[in-house]
Design a protein around this ligand. Structure first.
Ligand SMILES: Nc1ncnc2c1ncn2[C@@H]1O[C@H](COP(=O)(O)OP(=O)(O)OP(=O)(O)O)[C@@H](O)[C@H]1O
Ligand SMILES: [Mg+2]
Length: 405
């Protein structure tokens, strides 16, 4: 047996590698929701960490391992590759070990609560944004589908992660043809999945499967255009053109993307001067990065945006001009007390940033109906007692059966 690993967890060696994954004893496994797959996939807990173990063919395991590692270096939203275990006895197939993505939900688990059309919209937005982000990095997925994606809650929206990179390829830059091909694959896959959901009675009756798949492509095209289109501006060097550039960059930041540079080109056309600008968008995560820098908190993009709003409001109220100092005070005096108020048995229900975001939303609702601000502490108590206890566990390491939810 041979283990190739980026992070050697010695406990990995003790797993029952001489038995086919399908026959691993139940006491080694964690029952967690998972998507549909050709290969056998199981979850195991070692120490405090849960891993996903997938039996696959050797060349594929290596390829996927390398690609996931490369995506990680680029900061792409994807599951993290941990190890390959090959040369097992009796010619058992090699396995790829990835870290289980905490609080993630495969789409089947989401659909089992008869999904409302608005929720579906958000899932499709998240999937389209994931494909855009991967394409910006030069990654051709080759098998984009709902079952190859994991979703995490993100302040009323979803953040999507790639889980299956088996068919992918990383290029310096993708051509339009490559992007189109990837989109067509996504369209076909998602259409098939939506048909399956419909057949299983899980698709809302107002939703048409063909519309679902076309919609992902449409959302992708809109976002791609927004991020990359060349824009005509008035004339270079004027205040107006500077304002236009600023506006474009702010708009891209609002969408969560950072701009690395702006290329301007100037064309003299029959005495008329035309200036165009094209931003080089790097990656999403604008708010995530600002929050991380200020507070050390790691949150999804929309969560980060909501937390930053709260932080900015706190800073204005408490009149602390220094951003870093305000952030530190907010973290220790506002954020952390809310998280600490959650009793241990409820901690697996929502991860801390999501919990905080939902608490602020709850406070707003209570205040609206009371006609005055109810304050943070009562809002926390009411959220714990009236909302959180009724929620399913999503921490995943605790394990839950989505069918029961
Ligand atoms: N690291 C992980 N964290 C959470 N879930 C995971 C992880 N790895 C795999 N899964 C679950 O296992 C399922 C199957 O994984 P994957 O898509 O890699 O298998 P596959 O057999 O290669 O799929 P395909 O049939 O598309 O080739 C996923 O849909 C996901 O639900
Ligand atoms: Mg898959």
């Amino acid at each position: 047996m041979r283990i190739t690993s980026a992070l050697v967890d010695p406990a990995l060696i003790d797993l029952p590698w001489s038995i086919p994954l399908e026959q691993w004893p139940a006491d080694q496994l964690v029952a967690l929701p998972q998507g549909i797959s050709r290969h056998v996939v199981r979850f195991v807990r070692l120490g405090g960490t849960v891993y996903a173990v997938k039996e696959t063919r050797e060349r594929i395991a290596e390829r996927e391992y390398d690609l996931l590692r490369a995506l990680e270096r680029l900061g792409a939203p994807a599951v993290e590759a941990i190890a390959i275990v090959a040369d097992r006895v009796d010619e058992l197939e090699p396995v790829l070990v990835t870290r289980h993505l905490q609080f993630s939900l495969p789409y089947r688990a989401l659909f089992s609560h008869t999904l409302r059309p608005q929720t579906l919209d958000r899932l499709l937005d998240a999937l389209a944004a994931l494909l855009v982000r991967l394409h910006l990095l030069g990654f051709f997925w080759g098998d984009c589908s709902l079952s190859n994606t994991l979703f995490r809650r993100d302040a009323g929206a979803f953040a999507a992660y790639l889980v299956d990179a088996e068919t992918g390829a990383l290029h310096l830059r993708l051509s339009n043809g490559q992007r189109d091909e990837d989109l067509e694959i996504a369209r076909t896959n998602i259409f098939g999945e939506a048909l399956d959901l419909q057949a299983a009675g899980l698709l809302h009756e107002s939703i048409d499967p063909e519309h679902v798949s076309d919609d992902v492509v449409r959302r992708y095209e809109i976002l791609w255009h927004e991020l990359t289109h060349e824009q005509a501006v008035l004339a270079s060097g004027t205040t107006d053109s500077r304002r236009q550039i600023d506006k474009r960059i702010r708009r891209l930041n609002e969408l969560g993307f950072d701009v690395e540079e702006v290329a301007m080109s100037i064309v003299e056309d029959g005495g008329e001067r035309r200036v165009t600008l094209r931003p080089k968008v790097v990656d999403a995560g604008h708010h995530t990065r600002r929050l991380l820098r200020l507070t050390g908190l790691d949150a999804e993009e929309n969560q980060a945006r909501a937390l930053l709003n709260d932080l900015d409001a706190y800073r204005a109220e408490s009149d602390i001009p220094d951003e870093a100092q305000a952030a530190h005070r907010w973290l220790t005096e506002v954020f952390e007390p809310v998280i600490r108020a959650v009793p241990p048995h409820l901690r697996g229900k929502l991860e801390p940033p999501e919990l905080f975001v939902q608490v602020i939303g709850h406070r707003w609702q209570l205040s609206e109906s009371a006609g005055r601000d109810v304050g943070l502490a009562p809002a926390v108590q009411s959220f714990l007692a009236d909302v959180l206890v009724h929620r399913p566990d999503e921490q995943a390491i605790l394990g839950f059966d989505p069918e029961e939810v």
